[in-house]
Design a binder for this molecule. Sequence first.
Ligand code: CA
Length: 226
Amino acid sequence: MSKDTILVVEDEEDIRQLLVFHLEREGYATLEAADGKTGLALARSREPALMLLDVMLPVMDGFAVCKELERDPKTASIPVIMLTARGEEVDRVLGLELGADDYVVKPFSARELLLRVRAILRRQRSTGDRPSLARGSIHLDPAGHRTRVAEREVDLTATEFRLLEDLMRNAGRVRTREQLLNGVWGYQFEGYARTVDTHVRRLRAKLGEAGDLIETVRGVGYRCKE
Ligand code: CA
């Protein structure tokens, strides 16, 4: 089996080296970039299995990189874990509603980061075996990572796709934020409820009118209409 390649985009060299060290020790192949523009170019040319992306980067920051990744269907499905400093940056990661799949706050433990990397890669790998499904005007094809609303192709990030799939497979039933975190992210952490809300908001916006299929159940979670 070929190794999963992880792209590390971080301008602080000691942090970048540390990440590369831990990832390679876990058996991953790595690619490195010290600025956003180089990182974006590598993501496009090498299509890594996953990206670790610092927020504050020279030339092009992590938010701009994320936006660019999302515009191209080829790179939109690459999962992104944002690396952020404590405080204001975390609020921006959540508040700007980017396409990042997850984030970790610096200084982070290698153990926690690797746990998230593994969880994301595991759920990516299982995508191919799941049957396609349809509800209302939405069609999901996990094998091809494709989403259509009526005849329109919609580009979803890896996490948005999993979220929509989870809700559609459980149509008619309320999914609590905790259940969605377990099912979509593969783990639970405190303070993550907002992450679910942010991703649901983005997902609805991308689906347009079909987004009405996802109902908010106040104080509990979300439900896909049957
Ligand atoms: Ca930085």
